[in-house]
Design a protein around this ligand. Structure first.
Ligand code: NAD
Length: 351
């Protein structure tokens, strides 16, 4: 966009459920140079309610209509996963920049079509890989650039919920494209690959299990999507495996929504020839004067959605490429779909 006279970026939101209402909209409202001008949701009442609450002028139920708005510079795509590709491509083709929530899409073909649309139109496509905006991650990237870790050749990525299968569209493969692999595995696999220096994935070997379905555990509250009708449980609840990269490095991973194990938050660990690092706990494993040392940097907690949205708005204004690019989205999508393909075929697959 050409920067407008008032310096403001006009934003629209496609899909205004949980993540839009609880993360994107508050983060946009924290930016002095943003104006929310349009919302779109299949659920008209929901879109109207959000528009009323935040004084947003335009309400749509069809994103193809919304992206025609002239007084609109960029959009957040916060729909179910099955509409990420359609909404993103429609917005890019209409000349708008896009911040698309994770996962990029449901298939590699969709993800590549989104990347190609961004290239063809010259618009920006940023992926909502929000963990890239942690202060600790920024620090590791700085240390990495300074050569602190040497060659990073191995990594571990874990995120394990004990009883955390969400209620709603997440478990319906037609709307989500998959279970914990595509919902939360995407976060830890992306962030670990990012810390490894974004190597190109080439092969995956994985196992995937569906053992819990719609469990009824007592005294446990579950994440609930806005719509909980027509519940379908057709996706996995645990996966594990190994991802190989073109530079010879590899990453082992395990992810679950439900498993009889300790609840484990996003844990990402990189192993370098000179030093290693882990997130949660945030530790640098190194040496000093020939002695083994664990460094525990003190970092200020930040609202990562505020950081992500600020970066998107800056990219829209300056035309710089975002740090979570469409190419990263495609690389991660290849891994996610490779995990399912490997499990289905019972062998390692080439990506
Ligand atoms: N970054 C994160 O940590 C994070 C966390 C939660 C969800 N997400 C992602 O955000 C997206 C939305 O998840 P949610 O939890 O907000 O779900 P949600 O069900 O609460 O909201 C999704 C909204 O999109 C609307 N929608 C669906 N298809 C649409 C279409 N074609 N056009 C217009 N509106 C449409 C639905 O009606 C609903 O209101 C998902 O892709 C999810 O993976 C990211």
């Amino acid at each position: 966009m050409a920067v407008r006279n008032d310096g403001k970026v006009r934003i629209g939101l496609i899909g205004v459920g949980n993540i839009a209402q609880n993360a994107h909209i508050p983060a946009y409202l924290h930016q002095p140079d943003v104006e929310l001008v349009a919302v779109c949701d299949l659920n008209k009442g929901r879109a109207e309610e959000v528009a009323r609450k935040h004084n947003i002028a335009h309400v749509f139920t069809d994103y193809n209509e919304m992206v025609k708005l002239e007084d609109l510079d960029a959009v957040s795509v916060c729909t179910w996963n099955n509409a990420h590709a359609g909404a993103t491509i429609a917005a890019l083709e209409a000349g708008k920049d896009v911040l698309c929530e994770k996962p990029m899409a449901m298939t590699v073909a969709e993800a590549e079509a989104m990347r190609d649309a961004a290239r063809r139109t010259g618009r920006l496509l940023m992926l909502g890989f929000v963990n890239r905006f942690r202060t600790s991650v920024g620090m590791i990237k700085e240390l990495e650039a300074a050569g602190k870790f040497g060659e990073i050749y191995y990594a571990k990525a874990t995120i394990l919920r004990r009883r955390g299968t969400p209620l709603g569209w997440f478990t319906d493969p037609k709307k989500s494209g998959g279970g914990p692999v595509i919902d939360i595995g995407v976060h830890v696999i992306d962030i670990t690959r990012y810390l490894m220096g974004n190597p190109e994935p080439v092969r995956v070997s994985a196992a995937v299990y569906s053992k819990f379905g719609d469990y009824k555990t007592k005294a446990v509250s579950r994440w609930e999507a806005f719509d909980k009708d027509n519940l379908v449980f057709g996706v996995e609840d645990l996966a594990g495996g190994i991802i190989h990269f073109a530079n010879g490095a590899s990453m082992v991973f395990d992810v679950s929504w439900a498993a009889n194990t300790a609840e484990t938050p996003l844990v990402s660990e990189i192993f370098g020839t000179k030093a290693g690092a882990s997130l949660e706990p945030f530790v640098i494993y190194t040496e000093d004067e020939g002695y083994l040392v664990d460094e525990k940097p003190v970092v200020r907690e930040v609202n990562i959605f505020d950081q992500e949205i600020r970066h998107f708005v800056d990219c829209v204004k300056t035309r710089q490429q975002p740090i979570s690019s469409a190419d990263d989205g495609v690389a991660v999508q290849k891994i996610l779909n490779g995990i399912y393909a490997s499990a289905a075929q019972g062998k390692e697959v080439t990506l």
